[in-house]
Write a protein that binds this ligand. Structure first.
Ligand code: DX5
Ligand code: ZN
Length: 224
């Protein structure tokens, strides 16, 4: 099932509740929350306090993408604030297996994220304990960057490994997703589509979300 996960990174932070409502009215079913610490990535965004407020503003699952060093230190707080899904970067975790179990112990879905330069193979020992894998199709840190085509191969590989090993993780893609790229990521096997700039960048978030989701769903029909 295809789901659109609007990323609030490109939203107007002073009108967050309203923007989230518009995006969900347009068909967004998961709210993607980009958490950046200024260390793992060269930008700073938001923390658990904003997640706590968002929790009151929407019933949609909150997908917290942690682009931070030492995620173990903050996972409990994000979970308590209302994060339903929590993902950590493979590159930021020295003890990835432990971190993924920590997320699960807080009743959140556990995801692992791959930077563009990190191969899918680095996840072979944890694929059976993740609920989703997030393939970065830009280098994390900023919205509105250009889609990196090499991510398509990684999405295909993850779909192939899932079938081969009889696993059930979902495949999410993040970065540079718009009307020009959404069909190819869906055809490659991506199921959860993060989009910031394409939803909130300009125009009306509701109709932007609608158009993007419609294009994505049409691409699944073309998939053989
Ligand atoms: C980038 C973030 C993304 C970002 C995507 O570091 O992880 O979630 O919001 O933005 P767009 O859709 O604008 O490329
Ligand atoms: Zn993200």
């Amino acid at each position: 099932m295809i789901e659109l996960a609007p990323s609030i990174l490109s939203a107007d932070f002073a009108r967050l509740a309203e923007q989230v409502r518009d995006a969900t009215e347009g068909g967004g079913t998961v709210i993607h929350v980009d958490v950046m610490d200024g260390h793992f990535v060269p930008n700073i965004t938001i923390g658990p306090l904003v997640v706590k407020s968002l929790r009151k503003a929407t019933n949609a699952p909150l997908d917290c993408h942690l682009m931070i060093e030492n995620p173990d230190q903050f996972i409990p707080e994000f979970a308590e604030a209302g994060a339903d899904w929590i993902s950590v970067h493979q590159e930021a975790c020295r003890h990835l297996d432990r971190t993924l179990h920590l997320i699960r112990s807080h009743q959140a879905l556990a995801g692992v994220v791959l930077n563009p330069a990190t191969p899918v193979e680095t996840l072979s020992e944890v694929l059976d304990i993740v609920d989703y894998v997030l393939v970065m199709s830009v280098n994390p840190g900023f919205g509105a960057q250009k889609f990196i085509p090499g991510s398509l191969r990684k999405i295909r590989r993850l779909a192939e490994l899932r079938a081969q090993r009889g696993l059930s993780y979902r495949i999410e893609v993040d970065g540079g997703i718009g009307l020009d790229t959404v069909a190819e990521v869906v055809r490659a096997g991506a199921e959860i589509l993060v989009a910031g700039n394409a939803v909130f960048g300009k125009g009306d978030p509701k109709s932007n979300a609608q158009t993007l989701l419609k294009t994505a769903v049409e691409a699944t029909l073309q998939k053989v």
